[in-house]
Design a protein. Structure first.
Lengths: 272, 253
C-alpha cells in the first residue's frame, strides 16, 4: 500500500482545503503577516514546488492533479483567473495559468529574489464551514479516484485556525477517508494554525498530549503518514514515531510549510 | 589490441515516446572513448545535461579525467558547465512557461555519468553515480563490475553531477576510477542504472553474458520488454554500450 509510483498514467491527486474565515485576518504569532497571508504564501510556494517537480525535458508533465478549496463566507474552488471554478487541474495547466507573478526570497539566500507565481490570494471573511468543505472535497476526489483506480490515493490537506462552525466534521472526514484506490485509502491530513506562540504538537501518534477536545477531534480525523512520508520527515529531523498522524496542532508559518512539504510527498515522483 | 566493434542500444521508459529518453550515450570506435550518462529528474534540462556530458567527454578526450586525485575530472566538469546551454538550438524548444524555465535553470541540471577509454590493451573509466561498467573476460569468468558491485547499492539517491557550480565537494570523494587490462575476446559494457542493476543481479549467470555479448537492437528491445513485463528490471530509460576486443591480437580494425 502507498507504493504506487507517480507517472502520467498514474498521476497523483493533491487537494488543499484552506480556511478563509474571518479569524484568519489575525496575525501569526511572532510575525507581521496575517494567518491568511501566510497560508496563501505557503500554498503558492507549495504549488510552485509541485510544478517544478514535474518539469522534464521541454515540458511540465502531468504527474499531479491539484485543487484548492477555500471555505469561509463561500465554499468552493479558489483558483482564479483562467483557472477560475476549476476543481482539480493537471499540473501543466497550473504552470501555464498563474494569476500573476511576484517575487519571493530564495531559501537559504534571503538576499536573492526569485519569481513566485500566485494562484490564490488571501481571504478572511465569514465562518468556518469545514464540514461542508470536507463534503465538497469528497465529491471531487471520489470522481478522480474512480478514474484513476491504480494511482496512489488522493491526498487532502485541511488547514484551519479554528473549530468548524457547521457541526462536527469527524463523521464527514471518516467518509472521506473511505475513498480509495488499489493502492490504499485517501489520506486526510490536518493543520491547525495558531495566532499565539504556543508549543506545537507535531505528528502525534496518540491524542495524549493534545490540550483540548478540538485538537483530539482533528487528530481522529487525520490519517497516519505513509512510510515514505515518515522517511521524508525523519530526513527533515521532524519528531515522528511509529503511527505518526499527518497532523500538527498550533502550527506557525514555518511548521505549516514543513507540513505541506511532508504531507504532499506522494510515493516516488520519479526522482531520477 | 584493436577493438572489433562498438555499439550502443537504448530505449525510453515503457509507455513513453523516444523523445523522452533522458540518458546520454556517445562513443568513438576509432579512438576508443565512450560515455553513458543518465539525466536525473532533480532540476530541469537533465536530458540536455546528460547529452552534453557524454558528447563533450568523447570530443574532449581529456586523459587527465582518469587521474585518481580527482582534479582532472572535476576540472573537466567545470569546463563542460561553461559549454552547457539547455536553450541551444540543438535541443527541442521548451514548451514550459518562462518562469518554469528560469526556475529550472536556477536549480541546475543533474546526471550520473560513466566515461572511459579502451586503448591499447587496457580500459580506463571514471564514474559518478550508478551507471556501471562490466568487463567480461574471454574465458567466461564472472565479469568485473564498476563502480557498484551489488544490487543493494542501487537506490533513489545516487551521486549526481550538477550543471551548476554550487556543489562539487561531494564529487571529489565520490568519484570512482577503474583501470584494467583488456585481453583478446574480452567484452566491455556500460549500462545505465536500470539495466546495470539487473546485470549485477545476474553476474553469475553465463547465459546472460553470452547473450548480451551478441545481442542486436531487436534482441535488446525484446530483452528489455521481457524484463519489464516480469518486473525483473524497473521501468526506466535503458542504455547499453558494448565494445568487443578482437579474439586474436592484431585482428580487427
Amino acid at each position: 500500500m502507498y507504493t504506487q509510483p507517480i507517472d502520467r498514467h498514474h498521476p497523483g491527486c493533491i487537494l488543499l482545503l484552506v480556511d478563509q474565515s474571518a479569524s484568519m485576518q489575525e496575525s501569526f504569532g511572532g510575525t507581521s503577516l496575517t494567518k491568511a497571508n501566510s497560508l496563501a504564501l505557503a500554498v503558492n510556494r507549495l504549488l510552485r514546488n509541485l510544478v517544478l517537480q514535474c518539469q522534464r525535458g521541454e515540458q511540465v508533465r502531468d504527474y499531479y492533479h491539484v485543487g484548492v478549496i477555500g471555505y469561509g463566507r463561500k465554499i468552493g474552488p479558489t483558483l482564479g483567473g483562467s483557472l477560475q471554478g476549476q476543481q482539480l487541474v493537471p499540473i501543466s495547466l497550473l504552470a501555464d495559468y498563474p494569476l500573476r507573478m511576484t517575487t519571493d526570497t530564495m531559501p537559504g539566500s534571503p538576499e536573492l529574489r526569485v519569481e513566485l507565481p500566485i494562484w490564490i490570494d488571501p481571504e478572511a471573511d465569514g465562518g468556518t464551514p469545514m464540514t461542508a468543505a470536507i463534503d465538497l472535497a469528497g465529491s471531487l476526489v471520489v470522481d478522480w479516484a474512480n478514474k484513476h483506480l491504480d494511482s496512489f490515493p488522493p491526498i487532502v490537506v485541511n488547514v484551519s485556525d479554528g473549530e468548524a462552525t457547521d457541526g462536527d466534521p469527524r463523521s464527514m472526514a471518516a467518509q472521506l477517508r473511505e475513498i480509495r484506490t488499489s493502492d490504499g485509502n485517501l489520506l486526510l491530513f490536518n493543520v491547525n494554525l495558531s495566532s499565539a506562540a504556543l508549543n506545537a504538537v507535531e505528528y502525534p501518534n496518540s491524542p495524549n498530549r493534545l490540550p483540548n477536545p478540538y485538537a483530539v477531534g482533528l487528530f481522529e480525523m487525520s490519517s497516519e503518514l505513509t512510510p515514505y512520508m515518515m522517511a521524508v520527515a525523519r530526513g527533515m529531523d521532524l519528531p515522528v514515531e511509529v503511527g505518526a498522524r499527518g497532523f500538527v496542532f498550533n502550527a506557525d508559518a514555518a511548521k505549516l510549510s514543513e507540513f505541506l512539504d511532508v504531507g504532499t510527498r506522494v510515493s516516488q515522483v520519479p526522482d531520477r | 589490441m584493436n577493438m572489433l566493434n562498438m555499439v550502443a542500444y537504448w530505449l525510453p521508459k515503457a509507455g513513453t515516446p523516444t523523445s523522452e529518453w533522458e540518458d546520454g550515450v556517445a562513443y568513438s570506435p576509432g579512438s576508443g572513448w565512450f560515455a553513458v550518462s543518465d539525466g536525473a529528474s532533480t532540476g530541469g534540462s537533465s536530458r540536455e545535461w546528460a547529452y552534453t556530458l557524454a558528447s563533450c567527454f568523447i570530443n574532449d578526450r581529456a586523459t587527465s579525467v582518469f587521474d585518481p586525485d580527482g582534479a582532472g575530472f572535476v576540472g573537466w566538469i567545470k569546463a563542460t558547465r561553461g559549454r552547457f546551454d539547455p536553450r541551444s538550438a540543438e535541443f527541442p524548444a521548451s514548451q514550459m512557461p518562462e518562469w518554469v524555465q528560469a526556475a529550472g535553470a536556477r536549480q541546475g541540471s543533474y546526471a550520473t555519468f560513466l566515461g572511459g577509454r579502451v586503448s591499447g590493451s587496457e580500459v580506463r573509466a571514471v564514474a559518478a553515480g550508478d551507471c556501471c561498467l562490466f568487463q567480461l573476460r574471454a574465458d567466461g569468468s564472472q565479469p568485473a563490475t564498476f563502480p557498484l558491485s551489488s544490487k543493494n547499492q542501487f537506490g533513489t539517491k545516487p551521486l549526481l553531477i550538477s550543471s551548476s557550480d554550487r556543489s562539487d565537494e561531494h564529487l571529489t570523494t565520490g568519484i570512482g576510477y577503474y583501470r584494467s587490462a583488456v585481453g583478446p575476446g574480452d567484452v566491455v559494457f556500460a549500462a545505465s542504472d536500470a539495466l546495470a542493476e539487473w546485470l549485477i543481479s545476474n553476474l553469475k549467470d553465463p547465459s546472460v553474458w553470452h547473450a548480451l555479448s551478441r545481442i542486436d537492437h531487436l534482441g535488446f528491445r525484446d530483452l528489455c520488454a521481457d524484463l519489464r513485463s516480469r518486473r525483473a528490471m524497473k521501468n526506466d530509460d535503458v542504455t547499453l554500450w558494448r565494445a568487443t576486443a578482437a579474439a586474436t591480437a592484431g585482428a580487427g580494425r
